[in-house]
Design a protein around this ligand. Structure first.
Ligand code: PMP
Length: 373
C-alpha cells in the first residue's frame, strides 16, 4: 500500500506559480490569468446587501438560488439564442468546479478525455484525478483546435472531448463552422462535448459561438463563470449547464463535495449578469487596444504570433532560451510547455495588465529577443 493515491501522485502543482516566484517582486507580470479591472460596483453592492439582510447566512439549494440560475438561462437565450431551463443549471465554485463536475460525472476509470494542447492546465489534471486517460491533441498552425483532429482521436474508450473558445492559453476563437462540427462530432460519436466558455464575452472580431447552438442531442455540457467577464476571479462563481439527466449526475458530485456555491457570491453573480453590461464592453475595448499594441511590439521583435481574437492572451513562437531571458530581465511570461507538450517553443503572454506596464514590458521583451535570436 502506498501512502498517497496514485491519482494524486499523477498530477503536480501547475508550473505557472513557479514562474511568479522566480521573477521577484519588481517584475512586470504578464503571467496573470485574471483581468486587472475591479468587480462592477453593483455586483459588490448586491453581495453586501444580501449579507446585511441575512440572505446569505445559510445554505442555498444545492443547484444555487433560482434567480441566479434564471439569469444564466436568460444569458444563453440572449447571447446564443438557445432556450435553457434554469433547472438545468448548477451554480458552482468557479468554472473550475464546473469542469470537475463534468469530468467526474462522465469519465470512468481508463476512459479517455480529448483536449487541446496547448490547453488550460486543468483538463489534463482533472482527467487524471478521475482515473481517466488524457488525450491531448495538437492545434492547427493558427492555434485553433481542428475538429477533424478531435474526430480522428476518438476511440471506443473516449468519454469526452473539451473545446475551449476563446482559448486560454492561445487567445484563439473557434469559427462558427468549427463549433458546428464539434456539436456534430459529439452527436454522432455519442461522446460528450465539454465546452469551456469562461472567456465567452471577451471576443474582439466576430462572435462567440457555442456547440449548444448546434447539438441535436444532449451531447453538450457548457461551462461558464463570472470570473473573467466580470473580473470576479476571487468570488469563485461559475456554472454548468446541460440536459436534465446530465445535470442530475453532476449534482450528485456537487452535493457531496460543495453542498452549494458560496451564497454571497451567488447574489453578486446574479447582479453582474442582470445589471448594466457597460463595464464588460469597456474592459473588452481596453483588452483589444492592448492586444494591438502587443502584436505590433512582437512583430517589431520579429516574433511570429497568430492574431488572438479573444480572451487576453497571445502565444508567440519564441527562440530557445527566450522565456528565461525575459523572466531574468524582469517580465513574467509563462513557458508554452506549461500548457502541454505541443506548447514547447511558445510562450503565453497575458495582457491583463495596464497599458504603461505593457509598453515597458514590450521593450524589455524586444531587447531580450535581440539577445537570444
Ligand atoms: N477555464 C479556463 C480556460 C480558464 O482559463 C480558467 C481560469 N484560468 C478556468 C476555466 C477556471 O475559471 P474559474 O476561475 O472560474 O474557476
Amino acid at each position: 500500500m502506498t501512502e498517497f493515491a496514485a491519482r494524486v501522485e499523477s498530477v503536480s502543482i501547475s508550473g505557472i506559480r513557479e514562474v511568479f516566484e522566480a521573477a521577484g517582486e519588481d517584475a512586470i507580470n504578464l503571467g496573470l490569468g485574471q483581468p486587472d479591472f475591479p468587480t462592477p460596483s453593483h455586483a459588490r453592492e448586491a453581495a453586501r446587501e444580501a449579507i446585511s439582510e441575512g440572505l446569505a447566512d445559510g445554505y442555498t439549494s444545492n443547484k444555487g438560488i433560482e434567480s441566479l440560475r434564471e439569469a444564466v438561462a436568460a444569458k444563453y437565450e440572449r447571447d446564443q439564442g438557445v432556450a435553457v431551463d434554469p433547472g438545468d443549471v448548477i451554480a458552482t465554485t468557479g468554472g473550475s468546479e464546473a469542469l470537475h463536475l463534468a469530468i467526474e460525472a462522465h469519465v470512468d476509470p481508463g476512459e479517455e478525455v480529448i483536449f487541446p494542447d496547448p490547453g488550460f492546465v486543468s483538463y489534463d489534471a482533472l482527467t487524471k484525478l478521475a482515473d481517466g486517460v488524457p488525450k491531448p491533441v495538437g492545434l492547427r498552425e493558427d492555434l485553433t483546435l481542428d475538429p477533424a483532429a478531435v474526430e480522428e482521436a476518438i476511440t471506443d474508450d473516449t468519454a469526452a472531448f473539451v473545446v475551449n473558445s476563446p482559448s486560454n492559453p492561445t487567445g484563439a476563437v473557434a469559427s462558427e463552422d468549427d463549433i458546428r462540427e464539434f456539436a456534430r462530432i459529439a452527436d454522432e460519436h455519442d461522446v460528450v462535448c465539454i465546452s469551456d466558455e469562461v472567456y465567452e464575452r471577451i471576443v474582439f472580431d466576430g462572435a462567440h459561438h457555442s456547440p449548444m447552438e448546434y447539438a441535436e442531442t444532449d451531447s453538450v455540457v457548457t461551462i461558464g463563470a463570472c470570473s473573467k467577464t466580470y473580473s470576479m476571479t476571487g468570488w469563485r462563481l461559475g456554472w454548468v449547464q446541460a440536459s436534465t439527466r446530465r445535470i442530475e449526475r453532476m449534482l450528485r458530485v456537487h452535493q457531496y463535495m460543495q453542498a452549494c456555491a458560496s451564497a454571497p457570491a451567488q447574489f453578486a453573480a446574479e447582479a453582474a449578469l442582470t445589471g448594466p453590461q457597460d463595464r464588460v464592453d469597456e474592459m473588452v475595448d481596453a483588452f483589444q487596444e492592448r492586444r494591438d499594441v502587443l502584436l505590433d511590439g512582437l512583430d517589431d521583435a520579429g516574433l511570429d504570433v497568430p492574431t488572438p481574437t479573444g480572451a487576453f492572451y497571445a502565444m508567440p513562437e519564441v527562440p530557445e532560451g527566450w522565456v528565461d531571458e525575459v523572466i531574468d530581465s524582469g517580465v513574467v511570461v509563462v513557458p508554452g510547455d506549461a500548457f502541454g507538450a505541443h506548447g514547447e517553443g511558445y510562450a503565453r503572454i497575458s495582457y491583463a495588465t495596464g497599458m504603461e506596464e505593457l509598453k515597458e514590458a514590450i521593450e524589455i521583451m524586444q531587447d531580450a529577443t535581440r539577445r537570444v535570436a
